[in-house]
Design a binder for this molecule. Structure first.
Ligand code: GAL
Length: 350
């Protein structure tokens, strides 16, 4: 998937705690109870802890501060449940839908909402037919991961051109997975890296461990680095590396508790921190602007023309873990347990 092209429209309404009173309905009608209902569907709780640990709270707070009633539900990794939740929400009425896609289930829901003149925001993952895609610059997320692999090899005295690198991508039904892959490959291939093995992409830590173990066997048990698309999968890969007494550069994203702990322990080179409050606030601001009929800026657009509103991701190595804690997206109590405690002291995580 090529990098999204840039285009600018006109200035976005800056996000603030906007009261929706007096907002016209999506269709320009008068405000109704449903028009102040924000219907949100989260994908699951297993692919990444972020959805329940971070996104839910930030979306709830942001939507309520903006005057919405927030109806936030989780499809629990089930496309049928995803559709049922959406039908129930639409029956009750939605002023706006904010959807995290799960295996394409969001496409049919977006179509149903659009048929009822309800604006749809594809949150974090792209959904064909949505009015806006609000997410991080996911090509850059991948590029940061890929660069961390290149830098990790160099630091280990390995030549990227001859290094044995296994690629562990995300679920291909998630449009972000292609962005992560293309961004990472843009940096790794530029350094001369080619994949020694690349199992099918997935968002599942346990299955990633199994897939990686099979890939490691297929390359003769030797590996110099592993590009992994997120922290949950990286934790699975690291259990296999540990089992084989291997410590090599490993990438990830989400700055999850497990990911940050592995970064502090030196088992994961870095994670890509995506300040989720910024993403949630952008989604809320976009929802308010849509309901108020305001013109909205997009930073880029997808190949299908969907306007893409982007948030900037941040690479976090061991020396920056303290910044995630300072931002309130991780706690010392959660991170500095067992053998991580000494690493917290070493890297100033307090
Ligand atoms: C992606 C998301 C990432 C990652 C993955 C698994 O779409 O952008 O944060 O964790 O899903 O949930």
């Amino acid at each position: 998937m090529k990098r999204s092209s840039l285009f600018s429209v006109v200035a976005i309404a800056g996000f603030s705690a906007v009261v929706l009173a007096g907002c016209a309905g999506a269709g320009g009608g008068t405000q109704t109870a449903s028009s102040t209902r924000a219907c949100v569907i989260l994908p699951d709780a297993a692919s990444s802890p972020r959805w329940e640990a971070n996104d839910r709270g930030y979306l709830q707070k942001g939507l309520e501060a903006a005057g919405f009633t927030a109806d936030i539900q989780n499809a629990q990794g089930d496309t049928t449940k995803y559709a049922t939740i959406a039908d129930q929400q639409l029956t009750q009425g939605c002023g706006v839908m904010i959807l995290v896609d799960y295996q394409g289930a969001g496409v049919a829901v977006a179509a149903k909402a659009k048929a009822q003149n309800i604006p749809v925001i594809a949150y974090d993952r792209p959904i064909k037919g949505a009015d806006y895609y609000v997410s991080f610059d996911n090509f850059t997320v991948g590029a940061l991961e890929g660069q961390s692999i290149v830098d990790g090899l160099t630091a280990a005295g390995k030549d990227p051109k001859t290094a044995i690198v296994i690629y562990m991508g995300g679920d291909p039904t998630d449009g972000n997975a292609a962005f992560f892959h293309d961004g990472a490959v843009s940096k790794m291939e530029a350094a001369g890296i080619k994949p020694a093995a690349e199992p099918a992409g997935i968002w599942d830590g346990a299955k990633s461990a199994t897939n990686f173990e099979q890939a490691l066997t297929s390359v003769g048990g030797k590996v110099d680095a592993v590009w992994v698309a997120n922290d949950t999968n990286a934790a699975g890969v690291i259990t296999i590396l540990d089992k084989n007494g291997l410590t090599v550069p490993v990438s990830g994203q989400d700055a999850s508790v497990a990911g940050l702990q592995n970064v502090l322990l030196g088992k994961q080179t870095a994670t890509v921190y995506k300040p989720i409050k910024l993403e949630a606030d952008k989604a809320v601001a976009t929802a308010v602007s849509l309901l108020k009929g305001e013109t909205i800026t997009a930073d880029a657009k997808l190949d299908d023309g969907t306007p893409y509103i982007q948030v900037v991701p941040i690479l976090v190595g061991p020396d920056k873990v303290k910044d995630v804690v300072a931002a309130g997206d991780a706690t010392v109590a959660d991170l500095c347990t067992g053998d991580v405690a000494a690493k917290c002291t070493q890297y100033g995580v307090k």
